[in-house]
Design a protein around this ligand. Structure first.
Ligand code: FMN
Length: 211
């Protein structure tokens, strides 16, 4: 079978201007709750797109760990490729795809580091193996082989023994303060619904976009 012949019809729902919340965060939380209830696999997984200092775009998945009116929070290594990109250009885009619900959410905004306290608080809730991994992994830098990674993990384990593991200074969160949202719902015959939210003074204005 050719991939040209792979196609689905979307018929699970719709999105109308009259259905969406006035506030895009309310709308996002409603859809995220529905994705969790529908048991979408990794409902908090989102594509995070950044721009490297030379203008090259790059994208990868990260997990959303918090959302409120101040923005969307994820945690990572500040020295990673994405961390270096954000340091040079904090404009990022996020994209969620909840396939089982035939829904996509796109968000554009500006990323800034969360406070050290907020990063430390979240780091303390992570499983011990993930905490050690944050020390062991030189994220986005070349490593000779798997053995080198495992040696770095063993060294971190030996260093901490049974004691508490502090947050590495190069590991923490970013909060993306959005300036644009778009909610997409698959419809039949590719006539999908798209509702965008754009800031208009202190409120958000919605507009329908062609699919
Ligand atoms: C489902 C999933 C969840 C992930 N969650 C995170 C995350 O929360 N933080 C993170 O730094 N990387 C996460 N990753 C790994 C990233 O996709 C990526 O490989 C890593 O952050 C390095 O990206 P960079 O070199 O572009 O900085 C996740 C990957 C997948 C597939």
């Amino acid at each position: 079978m050719s991939i040209e012949d792979l196609r689905l019809e979307y018929a699970r729902g719709a999105l109308d201007e009259s259905d969406v919340a006035l506030d895009p965060f309310t709308q996002f939380n409603k859809w995220l709750d529905e994705a969790i209830k529908a048991q979408v696999r990794e409902p908090t997984a989102m594509t995070v797109a950044t721009i490297d200092p030379d203008g090259t775009p790059s994208a990868r998945i990260a997990l959303l760990k918090g959302v409120d009116q101040s923005g969307f929070v994820f945690f990572t290594n500040y020295d990673s490729r994405k961390g270096r990109a954000i340091a040079a250009n904090p404009r990022v885009a996020l994209c969620f795809w909840w396939g089982e619900l035939e829904r996509q959410v796109r968000i554009e905004g500006v990323a800034s580091k969360v406070s050290d306290d907020e990063s430390a608080r979240y780091f303390a809730t992570r499983p011990r193996a993930s905490q050690l991994g944050a020390w062991a992994s030189p994220q986005s830098s070349p490593v000779r082989d798997r053995a080198e990674l495992e040696k770095r993990l063993a060294d971190a384990k030996a260093r901490y023994g049974e004691g508490p593991i502090e947050r590495p200074p190069h590991w923490g969160g970013y909060r993306v303060a959005p300036n644009r949202f778009e909610f997409w719902h698959g419809r039949q015959s590719r006539l999908h619904d798209r509702i965008a939210y754009l800031p208009h003074g202190p409120v958000w204005r919605t507009e329908r976009l062609g699919p």
